[in-house]
Design a protein. Structure first.
Length: 555
């Protein structure tokens, strides 16, 4: 009788949908407690049929008393829950109030190629979006997986809490932080347990992300709790050695937010209790002011709302510096593919977030010591002065910094991306297969206004992104290569398991830690090269070797 009632319920729901003639709604049943109804789509280029299931809940809504707490799994009920997953869900609260968002946002999307042989379990690619930990989402218009789907892989995209909702911390057990990262962990556990019901292989999962999403992936690769949840890692333009990947003085930031909202800060308990009672739109508006205040005053200290070091506890994820962990091989020994774009900070995407730094560059003429990376942990004014002069001479040759925009872009690109990402790759390669790339192709799908490709400009060559549909024939060739590299890696743990004429017959080598640093330059053609940006990397390597002090956290 229960099965008959369920069929009638599903049928009734289907009748309420606005249904085009001949359109079908695929149905997936997870064990005996959740039925998910999706929709059928076709890829935008070759019209391959696939099933999409939007806005599947993977956690209890983190609202009310659950704000600033680790996520809770969904509670199974004795009755079947029917989910209409035919439309995109609400995104997580964003930095900017104009971009909206919801607190009830812990949902994921599953995209599955339509197979005639349902017994074939597909490789799964799980995407963590970027956005400086304060904005971004998993909507189809942001990350349409059409080109990946064409290569017969399953794709999962997910939301996680952002900004103060995802990363506020009092540096103690009252609000330990990293809720957004813990959301990602819970989503991975949900995928591991349930993706088989959609036809995905839980033992062939590749985790990939970009920028803050890539840094998140780097963190996820270190946690014991994620062991076995994925078998490969792709990191685009970010690792947790990047100086922006850790929050500096989180308690100060939490107190600043509370003061903006006129909340008592005499104790962490009082402060967090007060913040939980404020409606999320008001908190959202206040965090925008907080973000820009910290960026303006502490521009090179990292992002204002990012992962934090937690006090040790059973639920803590990040309790030690990343540098020591990666150097000692404390990460999952799976294949890694990582890299960066040719001139990361030469990008409207970056300047939209950190552009305010340029307004405050004048102070570096008077306080150039603020250019010294926090990862060096310099002690003593004499040493600080010496290191400052070395950096200033290398990049600016004693010219005024405010008049040296080109040099500042180079400095920021190498400080925030090139140096830490390359160092991460060197560490990974000591313990696992590691492939490195530099994306140098300047095409119409990127910003289209520069001779050097900037941050996030590789994304339209992997994803179907709204507004990025003006590809040239050359763009399409590069897109094919990027998609093929990424999906080959997802299928085989190797981006070039065999020679392929559409990939210029290149065989992408792993990093050889005993020889030159080999990498793939992805431009108009794909070429194996050695030692990217080696002059500046040698400068920074010598600087860190000579002056870095513990604790070693970033690089």
């Amino acid at each position: 009788m229960k099965n008959i009632a369920l069929l009638f319920l599903v049928f009734a729901i289907l009748l309420t949908f606005e249904k085009a003639k001949g359109e079908e709604y695929p149905i997936v049943k997870i064990r005996n407690w959740m039925t998910i109804i999706g929709r059928v789509k076709t890829t935008v280029d070759i019209h391959k049929t696939y099933h999409v299931f939007y806005a599947i809940p993977y956690a209890t809504p983190p609202i009310g008393e659950l704000r600033f707490k680790a996520p809770l799994p969904l509670q199974e009920t004795g009755t079947n829950k029917v989910i209409n997953s035919s439309y995109d869900g609400c995104v997580c609260v964003q930095l900017f109030p104009s971009e909206g968002g919801c607190e009830d946002c812990l949902y994921l999307n599953v995209y599955k190629p339509h197979f005639r042989a349902p017994s074939v379990l597909l490789p799964v690619m799980v995407w963590i979006h970027g956005g400086a930990y304060v904005y971004g989402d998993s909507k189809y218009t942001s990350y349409g997986p059409d080109f990946l789907i064409n290569e017969n892989v399953m794709v999962v995209t997910l939301n996680y809490r952002l900004g103060v909702f995802g990363f506020l911390s009092t540096e103690d057990d009252i609000a330990p932080g990293n809720y957004g990262i813990k959301d990602q962990v819970l989503a991975l556990q949900w995928i591991h347990e349930n993706i088989i019901y959609f036809g995905g292989n839980p033992d062939r999962v590749t985790l990939f992300g970009e920028s803050a999403g890539s840094s998140s992936v780097s963190y996820l690769a270190q946690f014991p709790v994620t062991k076995g949840l994925f078998q490969g890692v792709i990191m685009e333009s970010g690792t947790n050695l990047c100086p922006w990947s850790i929050q500096v003085q989180p308690l100060r930031n939490a107190q600043s937010l509370a003061k903006l909202l006129d909340i008592n800060t005499t104790s962490p308990e009082t402060m967090i209790d007060g913040l939980r009672k404020v409606d999320y739109e008001t908190v959202q508006a206040a965090q925008e002011l907080l973000f820009y205040k910290i960026v303006l005053l502490h521009g090179l200290d990292g992002l204002p709302l990012a992962p934090v070091l937690e006090p040790p506890s059973s639920g803590a994820l990040i309790t030690r510096g990343n540098y020591d962990l990666i150097k000692k091989g404390k990460f999952h020994k799976v294949p890694y593919l990582l890299g960066y774009n040719a001139l990361e900070v030469n990008s409207p995407v970056v300047t939209a977030v950190i552009g305010e730094i340029y307004l405050s560059l004048m102070r570096y003429n008077f306080k150039p010591e603020e250019m010294v990376p926090i990862g060096l942990n310099i002690r003593g004014s004499e040493v600080m002065a010496k290191v400052t002069e070395m950096i200033r001479t290398y990049y600016f040759n004693d010219e005024l910094i405010i008049t040296s925009e080109k040099e500042m872009i180079k400095f920021l690109s190498e400080t925030w991306f090139v140096r830490p990402i390359t160092k991460s790759a060197q560490f990974y390669a000591q313990y696992a297969p590691a492939y490195f790339y530099v994306f140098s192709y300047v095409g119409r799908l990127g910003s289209g206004n520069s001779q050097e490709v900037g941050h996030s400009e590789e994304l339209p060559y992997i994803w179907n992104i709204k507004g990025k549909n003006n590809a040239t024939l050359e763009d399409l060739k590069v897109r094919h290569r990027m998609v093929k590299f990424w999906t080959n890696f997802a299928k085989f743990g190797n981006p070039t398991p065999f020679k392929d004429s559409s990939l210029d017959n290149v065989i992408w080598p792993t990093i050889n830690t005993n020889d030159n640093f080999q990498y793939l330059d992805i431009g108009r053609t794909t070429n194996v090269s050695i030692n990217p940006n080696w002059d500046s990397l040698t400068f920074w390597t010598n600087l860190f070797d000579d002056f870095q002090n513990p604790p070693y956290i970033t690089y």
